[in-house]
Write a new protein. Structure first.
Length: 302
């Protein structure tokens, strides 16, 4: 099966390469010409523009979009909607907000196009291990392009699936990422507590390796924890600054809208916010208040 791929960042490029390795014909485009050239060396067909990409595909055409959420995705899908023909399919594999995906699907339908939102997980390991794919949209369109998902997934019968109507794929991926925040925070807190118990002089890399086998807390994230601690036991040169890419915020907002409590996920998001602050105002106010009501000493910034 053939398809177009727009967006050749690290994940998009790896996905295109995996599809090529699985025998698909892949036409690629990216604003960075070098990215196109590198994939062309691996067997991809390069395109000079989005219209040029679609012109090199046979109808009914399928184009996978892998660009940042928000305006970049709007721009690409809008261009595609004006370039493709009725019966063609657009797949958004980025981390778009599910509400945006519902809107884009509605706009695509007006032009006779299919729009699938494919929540995609796998990171930099997906090329080797395969990607987890959560797909929403028209079910007939999903069945038509299912061979693409099967090639990207860890196996033809594992790690991917149609989860519901337009928006459902990105909604499930949003919750997936919110859950990921909480799992990562739990591991981080547990290992921080063990690191603080200086009298035992624990080898945290060893502990992580022990937990990987037979333990109820074993997971791929724990595998990555063991790897990180083996490579850098004291995490030297790494700042305690943790970004978020938006899905955790959307998950917490959705919990507020639906009245569903998510205390652990919400706190894990708040912990990321706190990690980016140096001398946060709130903590300094706490110190000042203790000084005012109890005369407790405060530490001055030198």
């Amino acid at each position: 099966m053939e398809l177009g791929m727009i967006g050749l960042g690290r994940m998009g490029g790896n996905m295109a390469l995996r599809l090529i390795q699985k025998g698909h014909r892949v036409v690629v485009f990216d604003p960075v010409a070098k990215s196109i050239e590198e994939l062309a060396k691996q067997g991809a067909v390069g395109a000079s523009s989005i219209p040029n990409l679609t012109s090199q595909l046979t109808s009914p055409r399928t184009v996978w979009v892998m660009v940042p959420a928000g305006e970049p995705t709007d721009n690409v899908t809008s261009t595609l909607a004006n370039t493709l023909s009725p019966g063609d399919t657009i797949i958004d594999g980025g981390n778009s907000n599910y509400k945006d995906s519902m809107r884009r699907a509605s706009n695509a339908k007006k032009k006779g196009l299919f729009f699938l939102d494919a929540g995609t997980s796998g990171g930099i390991w997906g090329l080797k291990e395969g990607y987890c794919l959560m797909i929403g949209g028209d079910k007939k369109a999903f069945k038509h392009v299912e061979p693409i998902f099967q090639s990207l997934a860890p196996a033809k019968d594992k790690g991917y699936g149609y989860v519901g109507p337009s928006g459902a794929g990105h909604f499930v991926k949003m919750v997936h990422n919110g859950t990921e925040y909480a799992l990562m925070q739990s591991y981080a807190e547990g290992f921080e507590l063990m690191e603080a118990k200086k009298e035992f002089d624990l080898d945290l890399a060893q502990v992580a390796e022990i937990w990987r086998y037979g333990s109820v807390v074993r997971s791929w994230l724990l595998d990555m924890t063991a790897l990180a601690l083996k490579e850098n036991p004291k995490l030297k040169s790494i700042q305690a600054f943790v970004e978020d890419s938006g899905e955790g915020r959307w998950t917490v907002q959705e919990s507020i809208d639906l009245g569903i409590p998510l205390p652990v996920i919400a706190l894990s998001l708040q912990a990321r916010f706190r990690s980016r602050q140096e001398q946060p105002f709130g903590a300094r106010l706490l110190a000042a208040l203790r000084n005012k009501f109890g005369g407790h000493a405060v530490k001055k910034i030198e």
